[in-house]
Design a protein around this ligand. Structure first.
Ligand SMILES: [Zn+2]
Length: 290
């Protein structure tokens, strides 16, 4: 069974009326958050589940960080929250080190990611899943721009997904928007020959059986100027939303093991309005995708 999770938003867990809107919807299982302190107990008290995502996000530490395991061990409350997160899968970012901290080689990215996933497997009895970043030109700045560009190309490619999946028991978190932004940019820069659907078909070949979760939201922009990852909502009449829904349908039809769909939206709305938006988005997902 696929469960739908709402995204966290500022003030949401402190607003009992907003939490009640989510709970009463009956189609939203809970809230996905990277925040542990003073958050998870409030979600549970409202009768909702929590899905901990990117537990070390505040420290800017992902699976390819060399100190990932040490950082996690030093935070017993975060480790406990990882173990107690409700879904059978637990997700982290992989491939963000060059964006968050400093340049590391492709070999280091792969070996760190594999080692950290294997260590997590010994401590946490959940399927560990990884999410990969966006690839777009404006991220390639600074002295290491060429090296960073190559690194980012690698961590957004099916080659990296396949290598991690082959060397570990991990699964993939398919962030549709990240892959759409990346694919469109590679097409725009003539680094991939084909349409966006061809790009997704290649990724699905690498990850379809190992995809356990989807992040769903809508970018702005267009194929000519490039897309931007703004975590926008689905709006049926809008071109980008239609594209995301079409790609999401392909993914859901191709991936038999999906357990969680998260509406990963940064609405900017006050808690009750955010909750209402989440319910409407969940209804759209249920109607058009499930
Ligand atoms: Zn995501």
């Amino acid at each position: 069974m696929v469960e739908i999770y709402a995204s966290w938003s500022p003030g949401l867990v402190d607003d009992s009326a907003a939490l009640k809107i989510l709970k009463d919807s009956k189609i939203i299982a809970g809230i996905e958050t990277c925040d542990v302190d003073n958050t998870l107990n409030k979600i549970e008290k409202a009768g909702l589940k929590y899905n901990l995502h990117n537990a070390l996000f505040k420290q800017k530490i992902g699976l390819d960080n060399p100190n990932f395991i040490n950082a996690l061990i030093q935070k017993p409350n975060i480790l406990a929250a990882c173990k107690n997160s409700y879904p059978p899968v637990l997700s982290f970012h992989a491939g963000h080190e060059a964006l968050w901290n400093k340049y590391i080689t492709k070999e280091e990215i792969l070996s760190n990611t594999v080692r950290n996933i294997k260590m997590l497997d010994q401590t946490i009895s959940k399927k560990i899943i990884f999410e990969t970043p966006n690839y777009y030109e404006k991220l390639f700045t600074g002295v290491d721009s060429v090296a960073n560009k190559n690194t980012l190309f690698y961590v957004t490619s099916p080659e990296f997904f396949r290598q991690v999946l082959a060397k570990t028991n991990a699964g993939y978190l398919f962030d549709i928007n990240h892959n759409l932004v990346s694919g469109a940019e590679k097409i725009r820069l003539k680094e991939f020959r084909g349409e966006i659907q061809d790009y997704f078909a290649e990724i699905l070949l690498a990850v379809a059986k190992e995809t356990y979760q989807i992040h769903l939201n809508v970018p702005n922009g267009n194929p000519i100027d490039g897309y931007l990852d703004i975590h926008g909502p689905l709006k049926l009449a809008q071109k980008n939303s239609k594209l995301v829904l079409m790609l999401a349908k392909e993914i859901i039809d191709s991936c038999p093991n999906i357990k969680v769909i998260t509406m990963e939206e940064t609405s900017g709305l006050a808690p009750k309005l955010h909750a209402k938006l989440m319910v409407k988005q969940a209804q759209l997902i249920q109607k058009h995708l499930l």
